[in-house]
Design a protein around this ligand. Structure first.
Ligand code: ZN
Length: 484
């Protein structure tokens, strides 16, 4: 029954982050049982522990989406090819990644179906039917769905051919309302990342070459991973009237004229799970912020032969008390060595471990170990739940602060191209530089250094000098990084 030796090597076999970060990432994903590869290349299986993390993120996001007046609906997976083709820039942007269904019910289809890479086309078609008058506006709909974008190189959670996400699609009377909505969602996304996931982000606007295909303006939140690469954690698009014109979404305005609606769309995906791993994880595995941790606390009973009689009842009592106080708690009563259990729960990133043995029971205390700092302290059983809740808050805040400091230490300014290139070596981070605004210059920087413009931050200043690379005057202060 026992497969101890195999399991032990299983726990210790994690490549150190400093040695090979991407190997470390894959080791953590597999060994913490977050996801697995599937028989279909490029697709992943999200395992229960990984899915539980996603569900917590999803719930936090869904609650905020609804609290801001949006409602959920569901649109079909298949989109007739002709619909996707209606918005030229949009179809061009997605063409290389689109998967088609050519056969169904044993017959070749008259019109190929697209497996949605995103749902603007099908949703726009429906909105054209639903909107007649300004009284029908705004429409504030979100959907939770899967989408397919064919990928040649894949990485679990970060880049997979099929992934899960939410996509919001709204329609408004005026341009100003659409812009307000776009930014409202961007702030909402930032709040989820910072408050729930303890991941600090920067809000900003994408350059034209990095914006969503068919959008007027794209805004994003960008986070810095532990290897100094940036990750786009969410995007919010002001679609202007592009899709409304392509799909003929018109309404009778208050002045009786017929006008096109102003649209937005916005999304966050399962790549957020990847962000949590890469921002907080260490060489022992995952480190989960309490708010997205499937278990806040694992109780490990310590004891000799008869621990089931001597220790277990007290451990169960503590489990009940903690659960009653709203703590997500599990009790590990497997017949394994405590040391083995410690490593396994460390690997899985559980924020607090409660150890209880015969001596602790005599003292009416338990030993509590923090995953983030590895500090251990003896706490009295009396008032334990309140103290645990307090510790969870401290961990949540501590992880955010640690990530924020890391980002600050890895954010540099560069005004010359030499300095720019120098910063981008090793474990780089963000580089803030003046940029001329020309796409060709941006492309050359990418070709030279692999760094892309993540965005131009909302609080950015208008620079006065020259572009970091060329001889044109700088128009923007841009944040560059190598990115996932
Ligand atoms: Zn330039």
């Amino acid at each position: 029954m026992s497969k101890k030796p195999e399991k032990e090597s299983f726990v210790t076999e994690i490549t150190p982050r400093s040695q090979d970060f991407s190997r470390w990432y894959l080791d953590v994903v597999r060994r913490a049982e977050l996801a697995d590869y599937s028989p279909v290349k490029g697709c992943m299986v999200i395992r229960p522990y990984g899915y539980a993390i996603w569900e917590l993120i999803q719930k936090a996001l869904d609650t905020r989406i609804k609290a801001t007046g949006h409602v959920n609906a569901y649109f079909p997976l298949f989109i007739p090819e002709s619909l996707l083709n209606k918005e030229a820039e949009h179809v061009e942007g997605f063409a290389p990644q689109v998967a088609y269904v050519t056969h169904g019910g044993g017959e070749e289809l008259e019109e190929k179906l697209v497996v949605r890479p995103t749902s603007e086309a099908i949703i726009g078609t429906m909105y054209a039917k639903w909107v007649q008058s300004w009284r029908d506006l705004p429409i504030l709909i979100n959907q939770w769905a899967n989408v397919v974008r064919w990928e040649k190189v894949t990485r679990p959670f970060l880049r997979t051919t099929e992934f899960l996400w939410q996509e919001g699609h709204t329609a408004h009377e005026t341009e100003a309302e659409a812009e307000d909505e776009t930014l409202k969602i961007l702030h909402l996304y930032k709040d989820v990342l910072e408050t729930e996931m303890a991941v600090p982000v920067v809000e900003g606007r994408k350059s034209d070459s990095e914006k969503f295909a068919g959008a007027l303006r794209t805004y994003s939140i960008e986070a810095l991973m532990g290897d100094g690469r940036a990750l786009q954690a969410g995007t919010s698009h002001n679609l202007g009237q592009n899709f409304a014109k392509a799909f003929d979404i018109t309404f009778q305005a208050r002045d009786k004229s017929v006008q096109h609606v102003w649209g937005t769309s916005w999304g966050m995906t399962t790549r957020l799970v990847g962000a949590a791993i890469m921002v907080h994880g260490d060489d022992s595995g995952l480190v989960l912020p309490p708010k997205i941790a499937p278990y806040h606390v694992v109780i490990v009973p310590i004891g000799r032969e008869n621990w089931r009689e001597t220790v277990l009842p007290k451990a169960q009592e503590i489990q009940r008390d903690l659960a009653a106080a709203g703590v997500r708690v599990t009790l590990d009563e497997r017949d394994e060595r405590p040391g083995w259990k410690f490593s396994e729960w460390e690997l899985r990133g559980v924020p607090l471990r409660v150890e209880i043995g015969p001596k602790d029971i005599e003292k009416s205390a338990v030993l509590v170990a923090r995953r983030d700092t590895r500090e251990k302290q003896s706490l009295p059983m009396e008032g334990l739940s309140a103290r645990i809740l307090q510790l969870l808050d401290e961990i949540q805040n501590g992880l955010f602060e640690r990530a924020r400091l890391f980002r600050e230490e890895h954010t540099h300014r560069a005004d010359t191209y030499d300095a720019f290139k120098q910063v981008l070596e090793g474990r780089p981070g963000f580089v803030i530089s003046p940029w001329c605004g020309f796409a060709e210059c941006e492309a050359q920087i990418k070709a030279d250094t692999q760094a892309t413009i993540r965005h131009m931050p909302m609080q950015g200043v208008t620079p006065t000098g020259m572009c970091v690379r060329c001889d044109n005057p700088a128009k923007f202060e841009a944040w560059f990084a190598k990115a996932y």
